[in-house]
Each structure stands twice: as C-alpha cells, then as structure tokens.
Design a protein around this ligand. Structure first.
Ligand code: F6R
Length: 606
C-alpha cells in the first residue's frame, strides 16, 4: 500500500516524480504529494493534496526546475483522507514519505513529547519527528538512531533541508527498489515501474540498510556503517508493458495479455513434453517423499490455490490444504517436515503471506513461492521460487496473475504426479500437450468480448449476485465473485451449487443474477438440476458451459458457450468470461475498474 518515489540527478525532478507516482498509483490513490529542494538551496517545498495524482499535478508549478525530490501516493491507514494527512510530512529539518505502519507511535508521541505539536493524525509524522529529534547534522546517524526505536513496517524516503541534492532511504518489510543510471541520476521507488523509463537495472534495498542517493551515485551502508555492494538485477520487460497501450484500462489490457503470460510461464518449463524446473533451480527432492501440501495465500492468489488443490488432490491423491494467510498465522500449524508449503503471491510483498511463510519455515524446509515480482521479499525468503512471468500487473483487480498462478500449480502438480508415480509419463505428456493449447483457447474466449459486454449490462443494476458451480467450477466461482464485487461494488457470493439448498437458496428471488458454471462432465447433470432449482425461484441465470447449444433453453436466460477443452482445463477459459463480465459491469456503472474504492494493489499492512 502507498507508493513512494525519490529522485536526484540533473533532470527536472517534478515530472519524474509525478509520472512515477502515476505509475505507482495502483498502490494507493487517496492522496498524493511531492517535496523538492528549491533550485538546490536548503529550502524544501511541499505540495500535497487529498485526491489523485492528477489533482496533485494541478497544484504543481509548470516552471519547477528542481532536480531533487520525493513523492507519495497514499492508501490511508492512520488518519482520514485529508490534505494534512497526505505525505510528505515535514518536521524541523526533515521531510519524508512513508509506506508501512509504525506500531509504537503512541509510545513515541509520549517519549518525544509530541502531543499537541503534530499537524496530522499519521504515524508517519511521528516517525519524521523522531528522526528530526535525533538529527544534529548527520543524516545517517539520525536515521540509524530513529529506526532503532521504531516498531512496525516501513519504507522511508527522506530529505534533510541542509543536505540539498541528497535523498536517503531505509526500509523494514515494505518494498523499495533503487538504481543509479549514470546518464539520468539516482532513483528509488516502491516498484520499478516508477523509473523503468530511465533504467532497466535495479536492486532491492536490503532491510535495515541506509541508502544515500546523489546525482553522481548511490552508497549503501549497513547500520554499522559498512558499505555494501548493491545486487543489481535486469528487468525483462519494458516501459510499454506498464502502459495502457490504447486500452481504456489496465484491467482489460491485462485480461488480453493472458495468452502471452500463460505461454511465458509455462513454455520454458516444458522439456521434452514433460514439466521440468531445472532452470528454476527447483530440485526434485523438494517434492519427493512429501506427505501433504499446504497452500498459503490471500485473495485471488488464494483462490488460485483452491483450483490447484482440487486438481492436485484429485489427480494425485495427496491431501492439499489451502490456508488464508491472515488466519494461518494465528492458528496452530499442522505442517510437518514432509509438508510441501506453496505460498502464492503476485506482488511477493503481501505482509500476511510473508508472515505465514516465515511461520511455515519454522516447521519445514520445503517452501516454494509462486511469485510474479522478481526479487520481492516472499521470493527471497522462501526456500525455492517459481516466478510467474505475467509482467507487471497494474490494475488493482488481479487477472493475468491468477491465470499464471493456476498454470504454475498445474505444472507443479504434474511434476509431483510424475515423481510419485501416481501419473504415468504418457498421461503427463498427453496432459502437457493439451495444456500448451490453453493460450489458443483463451484467445477464442477473448473474441467473445463484445457479446459478454452486452450481458454485463444486465448486471449493472443488480444488488446481489451468486456464482455457482461444482468441483473445479466451484473453486473458480470464488474468483468470479471476488472480481465482480471488488470492481462493481455488487454483492456477489460464490456457492457450491449443491450446497445452495441448505440455506442460501432463500436469498434467490425474482431477477437475482446467478452465474452458473457447468463445465465438469462428472457433475454436469447435477449442476443443471441445481440451476433449475434457482430458475424456478426467479433467478436470472447466465450459464457458462462447454455446450455449443442448450437443448432445453428454459434452463437459463443467457448461455455463454466455451470452446471445447478437457474438463480440467476449462478454468482457463471460464475465468476469462468472468473477468470480462466483471470488467464491463464496473465500466457500465461508471466505476474506474483499475482503482476501485478502498483497495490498493499491494497489501503490506496486516
Ligand atoms: C483481487 C486481488 C487481491 C490479491 C491479494 C493478494 O483481485 O488482487 O485479492 O490477490 O491481495 O495479493 P498478492 O498476490 O500480491 O499477494
């Protein structure tokens, strides 16, 4: 949550900061602000406002030639959405922006006698005051002393008024990446999309290290003052990937990117027709002898895990549990040394998932992260990592990341199946051959976009909706319901179709949309019966199935036929239908699907 950025160099900083914040806005869009040194003097100016980056732009000077500054795009945690609570915060000589939460700010207010002196309600201003109180001309010393008193997560980007042209940073848990590009200067940000235009190299700032940036370079010191060489990585996508490229929103662009994302994730991991993770340095010993699997994740990533669970458990007979990371952390874990723990995260920074991973690591040496963002904390802390190659996902609602997470789990399942002898090599080869066809099938579904868009019109006035299915379709319907509610604000509930009659069917009344997914042959007729039950009570049924024609058209109001594919692969088609349906429902309600209210992309608070 919250996006932060810092720049110092020879170029005008204001636009670099504003453009970078625009790219980081997916992380939070309640308020925005920048601070900059006035023409290399010791005077720091602050511009900030509640609202979006475009509102901030409107209050910035056109002629601003400052070459050094910091910026922030906020997702409110402490204190409401007000101008005063917007970052940057300034206390004495110190100006800073912050991503994270300072848990002991009450104690610090007392210790530093700050009561009555603060201008905002934020924990960030308290941190700023603590750094200022410890400052006597030496930025590194002040930062070092202050962070030794802070509890919680933080990424700070800091300027000191009598150090013009210098930007400092430190972090604990919350992400920060940085780079020095000799032609362009020094940059840091929560996410490299903010500065990829200027450098395709970056490094992850190690925790509790102080970064000092000037126009001529960067220095990185640990808290004992020892200089550390940054470990640079190269970005494997370019700036156009982080732009809309003619689409109205990132979400629909990312929906369309799924065939490529799937191929990039799956293609390199197939060798001689079989799943092979040797390029990922994931040894077979990770999977050999496992007794069970625990998948841990949040939100969409967790729903991807639900699909993986159903597939792996049914195909291989291994017990698979899916745990909500925020719950798992406070329960007694049942993990043993023979449990394979798979943590799934697009961002690789979700704090609940990260803490759950840390707990899991205290029980087993077999943790495998399925992560999209290279070098992210979860990727670095798990024993092994399988990167999904979806490219940057900017829309708050996850789409392509889900598809590649499910794809990764299918590959992992296939590899375990081979190693355990539960699946014959020939059967795996046959599966993989069909699996490779998935991108073509997704493309066929994408061609139905205009039709699905029409159907979405029927949803915009709905108050409640239900997504039902059985087996894999049930696990998928959870993701469909989440997608709809988060971007259209329509209440949506996913239900196992057979479970409706045990209570929830009481909510079905005239005209309530029910999105029924019926792609699994072994339960097809049962789902159709369940659909009839809701239809008989007035539901407006949108049926998604592999039938090209529905024999009895009284069963549904709308039918969306899927291209024919094996039952276990239909999720890759159906999810695209549900994503498009949610997207156009949101657009039909005049909501910006890329930035739904109250949400942020990367959830780095508990
Ligand atoms: C919903 C969505 C969220 C994330 C969840 C986990 O569309 O995007 O539910 O899936 O916050 O985020 P990551 O995958 O970054 O750990």
């Amino acid at each position: 949550m919250c996006g932060i950025i810092g720049y110092t160099g020879r170029m005008a900083a204001q636009n670099i900061l504003l453009d970078g914040l625009q790219r980081l806005e997916y992380r939070g869009y309640d308020s925005a602000g920048i601070a900059f040194f006035k023409e290399n003097t010791g005077h720091i100016s602050v511009r900030k406002t509640a609202g979006k980056v475009m509102d901030l732009r409107a209050i910035c000077d056109d002629e601003n030639l400052s070459v050094c500054g910091i910026g922030h795009s906020r997702w409110a945690t402490h204190g409401g959405v007000t101008n005063a609570n917007a970052h940057p915060h300034k206390v004495g000589d110190v100006v800073l922006v912050h991503n994270g939460i300072i848990e002991n700010y009450h104690h610090l207010i007392e210790k530093y006698h700050l009561m009555g002196q603060l201008k905002s309600e934020t924990d960030t201003e308290v941190a700023c005051a603590v750094i200022n109180a410890n400052y006597n001309g030496n930025p590194e010393e002040a930062i070092k002393k202050a962070v030794s008193e802070l509890k919680g997560s933080f990424a700070f980007c800091i300027m000191f008024s009598n150090h013009p042209g210098e930007v400092y940073a430190i972090r604990n848990v919350s992400p920060l990446v940085a780079t020095y590009a000799p032609q362009n200067g020094s940059f840091l940000a929560s996410d490299l999309t903010a500065f990829i235009e200027y450098s395709n190299k970056y490094f992850v700032l190690p925790e509790y290290h102080i970064l000092k940036m000037t126009k001529d370079g960067i220095t990185l010191n640990d808290l004992d003052g020892k200089t550390v060489e940054p470990e640079y990585m190269t970005v494997d996508w370019d700036v156009s990937t982080a732009e809309k490229n003619g689409y109205n929103h990132f979400m629909i662009k990312e929906i369309h990117e799924q065939p490529d994302a799937f191929e990039r994730t799956v293609g390199p991991r197939i060798k001689d027709g079989m799943p092979d993770f040797s390029d990922d340095n994931i040894p077979d010993s990770l999977f050999e002898g496992i007794k069970d699997i625990t998948v841990i994740a949040c939100g969409t990533a967790m729903y991807a895990g639900m699909v993986g669970r159903t597939l792996i458990q049914n195909k291989i007979g291994l017990p698979v549990k899916v745990e909500i990371a925020s719950e798992f952390r406070y329960e007694r874990p049942t993990i043993t040394k023979d449990t394979l723990v798979i943590v799934i995260s697009q961002s690789g920074e979700t704090i609940d998932t990260l803490e759950a991973l840390r707990l899991a690591k205290s029980r087993t040496d077999r943790t495998l992260a399925v992560v999209n963002v290279k070098g992210s904390t979860i990727a670095r802390e798990s024993h092994y990592v399988m990167y999904t190659h979806a490219g940057p996902e900017i829309a708050v609602a996850s789409t392509k990341a889900y598809t590649v997470q499910v794809a990764a789990l299918y590959l992992i399942g296939a590899r375990i199946g081979v190693l355990s002898g539960e699946i014959e090599n020939d059967a795996v080869r046959e599966f993989i051959a069909k699996f490779r066809q998935v991108p073509e099938h997704i493309k066929s579904v994408l061609q139905m976009e205009d039709t699905i868009r029409m159907y979405a019109n029927r949803m915009t006035n709905a108050k409640d909706t239900f997504f039902i299915g059985r087996a894999l379709d049930y696990t998928l319907s959870m993701e469909g319901a989440l997608k709809l509610k988060e971007i259209s604000y329509i209440h949506a509930e996913a239900y196992a179709a057979g479970e409706l009659k045990h209570g929830t069917i009481a909510l079905i009344s005239e005209g309530v949309p029910v999105i029924a997914i019926a792609t699994q042959s072994n339960v097809y007729s049962k789902v159709i019966s369940n659909i009839r039950e809701v239809k008989a009570r007035g539901a407006y049924v949108i049926l998604v199935s592999k039938d090209q024609e529905i024999e009895d058209n009284t069963v549904c109001d709308i039918h969306i036929p899927l291209p024919d594919i094996d039952d276990e692969l239909t999720v890759f088609e159906s999810v695209v239908v549900l994503q498009i349906l949610a997207y156009y429902t949101s657009v039909g309600k005049d909501i910006n699907p890329d930035q739904p209210r109250n949400l942020a992309k990367s959830v780095t608070v508990e």
